[in-house]
Design a protein around this ligand. Structure first.
Ligand code: GLU
Length: 448
């Protein structure tokens, strides 16, 4: 079998939200898991609403999520191909000119509704002869172009929803080309999916009806027809649908709020499936959990209040390989030993900086007067270097015996003197990172 080709096809008309991220991630992770290709395609044929800065922001969001595309296309670069496809459809009698104004169409719909009929386009334009068309053109009317549906049952086996069928008799012939010659998304998407060899279209369930129409267009253009899967949509906790236009739960805002990208990704993919929302070690682990059959049919609520806990749990299990470049970017040394020592105490990744300062920067601990002598005694009992993970245990045993202290009275003053805090990573792990001179200095109340 040839490798899968999947795509994420946002229109760059706003910041993408976590529901869009769900679509992007499922596609990217299926491509990754199958050794295939993940394409980012900007559906920017609506020149009035599309903006280059939104396209840039979307590419940045995908980078942040860890799913940079293998290829990027924009539909505005491919208009000649769409025009050629439109000509082929015209020649095949599948694309016909229609002249009604929006007001005339609205009137027709109102009359249909009043008569209890579905508001489906009546194909009046299809009945025009050359003279009729010429007369309308003479009035200065420029046609828009409608795809003549086959009026049949279009069936496909949906990757999420199982066997689907749509009777295209119930649909209006869709407008593919506007009167100004610009393309709606429907035809370009099919032309691109064919040209780019897309094997599976995974998108939100708001596109189910489009799929029936687009399968007819694929077939009219000579196919092949890709597989289709429509996932449920995410909503706000209130149940309200996510809106790009209203700026709901944008990835940019979630990033700025300090949530871990991998936590956002895990939540975006797993919410509304039969898998529990859970932290993952990396995107490969998340890819292994992508399961189209596990996606529920009902919309799923996405609660951003769940993200801090998921971020913390994600950081707690983050392997050093993933942490290393980010520690380096924050000028945090200490290597793997430091990371493994502190990660379990971080609510957010950047808190590692404070622990690195505690380990490596000059500073004095907190010493209560009544503990001063005890701490000085403990300093005198420190073993010689080299130190390792066993040093602390051996030292504590000696300190315990010499001081007669135990429990809180033993450990608490040591921790306060060494770190300045009441809680934190295991001292056994921190001690070798601090080194003997610093530990001794802090126990003696010196800046070390
Ligand atoms: N531009 C469409 C959207 O954002 C793409 C749908 C599709 O994946 O084909 O909904």
């Amino acid at each position: 079998m040839s490798p899968p080709v999947l795509r994420f096809a946002p229109s760059p008309t706003g910041l993408i939200h976590v529901g869009n991220a769900r679509t992007a991630l499922i596609n990217a992770l299926l491509a990754r898991r199958g050794g295939g290709i993940f394409i980012l395609r900007f559906d920017d044929t609506d020149a009035a609403r599309s903006r280059a800065e939104y396209a840039q922001a979307i590419a940045l969001d995908l980078d942040w999520l860890g799913i940079p595309p293998d290829r990027t296309f924009r539909q505005s670069d491919r208009l000649a191909d769409y025009a050629a496809a439109a000509e082929r459809l015209k020649a095949a009698g599948r694309l016909y000119p229609a002249y009604e104004t929006e007001e005339e169409l609205e009137l027709k719909r109102r009359l249909q509704r009043a008569r209890g009929l579905p508001p489906v386009y009546d194909r009046a334009a299809l009945a025009l002869d050359d003279a009729g068309r010429a007369a309308l053109a003479a009035q200065g009317r420029a046609p828009h172009w409608r795809f003549r549906l086959d009026h049949r049952l279009v069936a496909w086996d949906d990757g999420v929803r199982g066997p689907q069928q749509v009777d295209t008799t119930t649909l209006s012939d869709p407008v593919l080309v506007r009167a100004d010659g610009s393309f709606l998304y429907t035809l370009p998407s099919v032309v691109d999916d064919m040209a780019m060899g897309v094997t599976q279209v995974v998108r939100g369930e708001d596109h189910v009806t489009n799929t029936a129409v687009q399968i007819e267009i694929f077939e009219a253009l000579g196919g092949p027809v890709p597989g289709f899967a429509h996932h449920n949509l995410l909503t706000l906790p209130s149940g309200e649908g996510l809106s790009k236009r209203l700026g709901h739960l944008s990835l940019a805002a979630l990033r700025e709020a300090g949530h871990e990208a991998l936590a956002v990704a895990a939540a975006a993919v797993l919410v509304g499936t039969s898998h529990a929302v859970q932290p993952v070690a990396d995107l490969d682990a998340l890819a292994a959990l992508v399961d189209l059959h596990a996606i529920s049919r009902a919309p799923a609520r996405f609660d951003p209040d769940d993200l801090p806990a998921l971020t913390a749990r994600t950081v707690h299990m983050m392997p050093f390989a993933a942490a290393r470049p980010r520690l380096a970017a924050l000028d945090i040394g200490g290597g793997e030993a430091f990371w493994l020592a502190v990660r379990g105490n971080l609510a957010r990744f950047d808190e590692a900086g404070a622990w690195w300062a505690c380990v490596a920067a000059p500073g004095a601990g907190a010493i209560a007067e009544e503990d001063r002598a005890f701490l000085a005694e403990a300093a005198g009992l420190l073993p010689d270097e080299p130190w390792d993970g066993a040093t602390y245990g051996a030292w504590i045993k000696v300190v315990k015996a010499a001081s007669g202290r135990a429990g809180k009275g033993l450990f608490h003053p040591l921790r306060r003197a060494l770190t300045g805090r009441d809680t934190g990573p295991e001292l056994a792990a921190l001690l070798p990172l601090m080194g003997r001179a610093r530990v001794a200095g802090r126990l003696r109340g010196e800046v070390a």
